[in-house]
Design a protein around this ligand. Structure first.
Ligand code: TXA
Ligand code: MG
Length: 336
């Protein structure tokens, strides 16, 4: 905490029925170059006016993020997106199918977009979030809002306002608490800027949903193909990591064996799923429940000063792709 800076203003807004008047203060802060963290359906964002270079520099400082990692710009409607990007048919189809929602489109940028947003590159990442609070704030602010996840760089993403407060504290001016994020993992990032469509980051919206909306086959290059990391710097090993060492299992037997082994050594361990709790309540077999609760559970366990976190992912297939991707990066064990 920087003792020189005031505590951020924390506003609690009804997640289903935000009253526009309630968002006037954070909207004004955004327009004036302030840093405003706000709830989206995926994770909390650390927002700043995308047209204000000084405000953008403050995002990188607050997160401790290298300027080489470009930012996603959030807008309230497709017209605003079209002012920032050179639109195409694929973007039209995907925006129609999934916006507002947890999908980010990478497109060639127009001249309005600052180099600070795109890390000097020729493309811009755009998203219309579906969370009513995020949408109301964007409408009220009436400017494009650059917003990475509201956490210090490489740390766990925030899905509760309390996560934002403990990670960024008074490095920001305001936190708009819109409740727990319903999707819970970051948006699917799809690059439609070139001939070949690529999924740069898997998420709640799957490859088949995207292929179906487009009527064509697509490729996922985020973590397997060469150059994936460079194309989307968020796709780096150890990007979404807890402080506690973590191990991820794809089958129950080795997970249970590891629990037994560490318990025999008197190690303090945190497990997901936790066998003390009711599996039905956690929605054990449902990937959407996993997405929704993954960061919440990791944050909670990470704060306990444990020796190890052990996670067993009970499903496989594309609905689990986003969860596995974040967990792989949380252990630093991924292929590229
Ligand atoms: O769900 C989300 O996308 C959240 C909420 C707040 O909207 N935002 C988020 O932002 O996850 P961030 O900055 O943590 O992740 C943005 C990802 C990074 O992997 C970044 O490298 C990639 O998008 N990205 C941004 N602009 C890009 C561009 N022009 N080309 C390729 N990748 C880009
Ligand atoms: Mg992030």
């Amino acid at each position: 905490m920087d003792p020189e800076r005031p505590w951020p203003l924390i506003l609690t807004i009804d997640p289903d029925y935000p009253v526009p008047g309630e968002l006037e203060i954070p909207a004004k802060l955004l327009r004036g170059g302030g840093l405003v963290c706000f709830a989206t359906e995926t994770v909390y964002g650390l927002g700043a006016n995308a047209l204000d270079p000084t405000a953008l520099v403050r995002i990188f400082e607050a997160k401790g993020r290298p300027a080489s990692n470009p930012l996603i710009v959030h807008v309230a409607d497709v017209d605003a997106a079209k002012r920032l990007a050179i639109w195409n048919d694929r973007a039209e189809k995907l925006a129609f199918a999934f916006w507002p929602g947890p999908l980010t489109l990478v497109l060639p940028k127009t001249n309005c977009v600052l180099d600070l947003v795109t890390a000097g590159g020729p493309t811009v990442a755009l998203r219309i979030p579906s969370h009513p609070v995020a949408l109301a704030l964007l409408r009220q602010a009436n400017c494009p809002v650059a917003a990475p996840s509201a956490n210090r760089t490489n740390a766990l993403s925030p899905t509760l306002a309390s996560h934002v407060l403990s990670s960024l504290g008074n490095r920001v001016d305001c936190i708009v608490d819109g409740g727990p994020c319903k999707v819970g993992i970051e948006s699917t990032v799809v690059d439609v800027s070139g001939e070949r469509i690529q999924i740069l980051r898997p998420g709640h919206i799957t490859k088949s949903q995207i292929s179906q909306a487009l009527g064509e086959t697509i490729h996922f290059e985020g973590q397997t193909a060469k150059g994936g990391a460079a194309r989307s710097p968020g796709n780096m090993p150890l990007h979404y990591a807890p402080q506690t060492p973590m191990e991820v299992f794809l089958a129950e037997a080795p997970f249970r064996a590891k629990i037994a082994q560490l318990k025999a050594l008197d190690k303090r361990i945190g497990c997901l799923p936790d066998f003390e709790e009711n599996r039905v309540q956690f929605g054990f077999e449902n990937p959407w429940n996993w997405e929704q609760l993954l960061y919440q559970r990791l944050h909670a366990m990470d704060g306990l000063g444990l020796d190890f976190l052990l996670v067993w992912v009970p499903g496989h297939g594309e609905a689990w792709e986003g969860i596995l991707d974040r967990l792989r990066r949380g252990t630093g064990k991924c292929e590229n």
